[in-house]
Design a protein around this ligand. Structure first.
Ligand code: GDP
Ligand code: MN
Length: 378
């Protein structure tokens, strides 16, 4: 779960990380109600769950009420990386002298939290040369200590007092990171003002999905997940949208990947894949096909290895789909595993191509896709 910038800012303020005061509004009328109480100049900041708002025109400075209103009108409703801006945060503008970068994330290769800082803040961290990013793993049992802070901050071009403030911010970030089960907490830029104060001028906080139940006081957004993927998630089905047009349904991540590889090998491209997972419920198979149909593939390739998910259970689901709703795209199936013969029979009786040969099935799928792309229909 990603938090909006203003929610992260509130966590920062609660934890004692210096950050500007702000007010969130969803309409110009709501702004008019609070306009008198704000301290100008303000920065009008689009609240969307993506970075790069500055470049996209979602961050604007306003010297007074009228200018702020103009910017709010322009920014509300704007689209940034496919997301519509529904809220803006109005924060007291700060006089930034230096922009640093600070983050804490889960370092999967070392299986430890990792703190990262850089003098080169304010730009996307991906564009900063690796040698300018200073990294340090933290042992979660002993935590983030003063010496960690010193070791990191001495590598930055800072005065003694600034370094101390940055160290404090890092320690508080680490506390939030732990208490809030974060995957990521990033401050970019961590601003040094012209009077030498260190202030968090942005926030990016992601809570680990498995721990969301522990943080129900936070209502983050998942708007950056496409609606179909979200619907699939709610139904317990892994759904991934790719570039091509072939719909793949398989069970287990490994088989799904192998299926995409097989299609690619024969010159085809997976467009959407659904992982059926382990199920013994034909209804789940139906749900899968419903989701797949909504994704409008050119052809559907069902590649199944029956184990916990018995092949005939899946076949039963497929037959139900065909009988009740029908499919308006061709379906190719490759069935192996528990009760495979019975499953293939059921599918063949329903008029579906059912084979045990992955190569043949992948080839056929790619051929059908090419027919559709050529405009000839399937
Ligand atoms: P992002 O583009 O989505 O990462 O949004 P940020 O909140 O990081 O804002 C982008 C840039 O706008 C920052 O790197 C700063 O240079 C600038 N900025 C944001 N807030 C302030 C502010 O209060 N004062 C000043 N001077 N610049 C700001
Ligand atoms: Mn930023």
């Amino acid at each position: 779960m990603k938090l909006y910038e203003y929610q992260g800012r509130e966590l920062f303020l609660e934890a004692g990380i210096p950050a500007p005061e702000g007010t969130v509004v969803e309409s110009v009328e709501a702004f008019d109600d609070v306009a008198d109480d704000l301290t100008y100049p303000v920065v009008v900041k689009a609240q969307v769950l993506t970075g790069g708002r500055g470049k996209a025109g979602g961050i604007k400075f306003a010297d007074d009420e009228d200018e702020a209103r103009e910017h709010i009108e322009a920014i509300l409703g704007m689209t940034i990386s496919g997301l519509t801006v529904e809220k803006v945060d109005l924060v007291e503008a700060i006089d930034i002298d230096k922009e640093l970068y600070a983050s804490i994330l889960v370092d999967r290769s070392n299986r430890l939290p990792m703190v990262m800082i850089s003098d080169e803040g304010g730009v996307e961290i991906e564009s900063v040369p690796d040698e300018d990013i200073h990294k340090m793993n933290v042992n979660p049992f002993t935590g983030f200590n003063a010496y960690h802070a010193r070791q990191l901050t001495q590598r930055l071009d800072l005065t003694k007092d600034e370094a101390k403030q940055v160290g404090n911010v890092l320690a508080k970030m680490y506390k939030i990171f732990q208490e809030r089960d974060c995957d990521l907490i990033e401050i970019n830029p961590l601003a040094v003002t012209s009077n030498g104060e260190v202030i968090a001028a942005d926030s990016k906080v992601t809570i680990n999905p498995a721990a969301e139940f522990r943080h129900q006081d936070l209502e983050g957004g998942t708007e950056d997940i496409p609606p179909l993927e979200q619907e699939a998630n709610e139904k317990g089905i892994a759904f991934v949208k790719l570039e091509g047009d072939i719909g793949v349904i398989a069970n287990g991540a490994g088989l799904t990947m192998a299926t995409l590889d097989a299609l690619e090998h024969y010159g085809g491209n997976g467009g959407v894949f659904l992982d059926l997972g382990g199920t013994d419920d034909p209804a789940k198979v139906k749900t899968c096909f419903e989701l797949m149909t909504k994704a409008e593939p050119s052809v559907i390739f069902l590649n199944l290895f029956g184990g916990i998910t018995k092949a005939d259970t899946v076949a039963e689901g497929v037959v139900q789909v065909l009988e009740e709703e029908g499919l308006d795209v061709p379906l190719v199936t490759r069935i192996r595993g528990v009760n495979e013969e019975r499953a293939r029979e059921m599918l063949q009786d329903a008029g579906v191509t059912a084979t045990q040969d992955l190569k043949a099935a992948a080839k056929k799928t790619v051929q059908l896709d090419k027919n559709v792309q050529a405009g000839g229909g399937a």
